[in-house]
Ligand binder design. Structure first.
Ligand SMILES: [Ca+2]
Ligand SMILES: [Ca+2]
Length: 131
């Protein structure tokens, strides 16, 4: 295996596993251990049986819909494929949007507190819990 492939695989592993590790150890996971967190508005759309939880099938439907939405958003020429320029434009737009959202006081600088709040907000979004 080449170094490049190893780095790509390690990066994918970290992208997938790190939020789970952070969630497991965050105040979000330990705040009220006896109570299930409520589903966020987006996750509620996929709670087909309205039991307040996402079954594996419901979670799969949500992931698939998110992937389709992402493809539609990124595939700006609508050819069903994501080219390198489309990928770069989407990454740049995501970065700019996250920076703008994180800068809550609008001073053009993201403070340590704003960075931490943005990180927690992102974890809540990944977890499907409300704000
Ligand atoms: Ca459900
Ligand atoms: Ca395309």
């Amino acid at each position: 295996m080449s170094i490049h492939r190893l780095c790509v695989r390690t990066g994918r592993f970290l992208v997938v596993s790190l939020p789970l590790v952070i969630l497991a150890t965050s105040p979000l996971a330990t705040a009220d251990p006896g109570k299930q967190p409520q589903l966020g508005p987006e996750a509620q759309r996929f709670d087909a049986d309205r039991d307040g939880k996402l079954s594996p099938e419901e979670a799969k439907a949500m992931r698939e819909e998110r992937a389709k939405e992402r493809l539609r958003r990124i595939d700006t020429n609508g050819d069903g494929k994501i080219s390198q320029p489309e990928r770069k434009a989407a990454a740049d737009a995501d970065r700019a949007r996250r920076a703008k959202e994180a800068d809550t006081d609008g001073d053009g600088v993201i403070s340590a507190a704003e960075r931490e709040e943005a990180r927690l907000k992102r974890l809540r979004e990944l977890n499907g819990t409300p704000e």
